[in-house]
Design a protein around this ligand. Structure first.
Ligand code: IMP
Length: 174
C-alpha cells in the first residue's frame, strides 16, 4: 500500500504562528542573556525563522541527538552525536525543538543541559504531538498541538525525505 501527503499547516499559518511565538519570547526574555539551542536536524528551518522574527539578537547553538532510525519508529534510547559548545552557566537557555512525540528526546536533553547550570532552562517546540507521549516534559512555548499522524515538511523528514517542503504535511495510507 502506498502513502500520500495531505497539507496540515499552510505557509501562512506557519508564518503567523512563528511571529506570535517570537513576540511572546521577545517579551519574556527582554533584557536577558538568551541562548537558543536547536535540536538538529529537524529544527533548522523553524529556528532560522524564529530567530529572525525576534525583536533582539540572540546567541545560537545546536545539538544533534539520535533516537530514531531511518523510519518512523523510536528506539527509546537517546544518544548525543553533537554536543553544545557555548558556555551555558548562569545564562537563560531556551531549547528549540521541531516536534515532540514520546518526549524521551527532550526529557534526556533537558536533564543533560541542566548539568551546565543555566540560570533558566525552558523549551519551545513547534509541533506538540501528544498521541504517544511517554514522559512528561513541560513545554513552555508550543507552535501547534497536533493529535496524531506522522508529519513531514518545514524541516521534518521521513527517512530524510520531504524535509525542505515549506508546508507541514501528514502522511496517510492511500
Ligand atoms: P520523541 O523523543 O519521541 O519525542 O521524538 C522526538 C523526535 O522524533 C523529533 O525531534 C523528530 O526528530 C522525531 N519525530 C517524532 N515525530 C515525528 C514526525 O511526525 N515527523 C518527523 N519526525 C518526528
Amino acid at each position: 500500500m502506498g502513502t500520500k501527503k495531505r497539507c496540515l499547516i499552510s505557509r501562512e499559518a506557519i508564518a503567523q504562528r512563528v511571529a506570535e511565538l517570537a513576540q511572546q519570547i521577545g517579551r519574556d526574555y527582554a533584557g536577558r542573556d538568551l541562548v537558543m539551542i536547536g535540536v538538529l536536524k529537524g529544527v533548522f528551518i523553524f529556528m532560522a525563522d524564529l530567530v529572525r522574527a525576534l525583536p533582539f539578537a540572540v546567541e545560537v547553538d545546536f545539538v544533534r541527538l539520535c533516537s530514531y532510525g531511518a523510519g518512523t519508529t523510536t528506539s527509546g534510547e537517546v544518544h548525543i552525536t553533537k554536543d553544545v559548545e557555548l558556555p551555558l552557566k548562569d545564562r537563560d537557555v531556551l531549547i528549540v525543538e521541531d516536534i515532540v512525540d514520546t518526549g524521551l528526546t527532550l526529557a534526556f536533553l533537558k536533564q543533560h543541559l541542566a548539568g551546565h547550570r543555566p540560570r533558566s532552562l525552558k523549551i519551545c517546540c513547534f509541533i506538540d504531538k501528544k498521541e504517544r507521549r511517554e514522559v512528561e516534559v513541560p513545554l513552555d512555548y508550543v507552535g501547534f498541538p497536533v493529535e496524531q499522524g506522522f508529519l513531514v515538511g518545514y524541516g521534518l523528514d521521513c527517512g530524510e525525505q520531504s524535509r525542505t517542503l515549506p508546508e507541514i504535511f501528514v502522511i496517510e495510507p492511500e
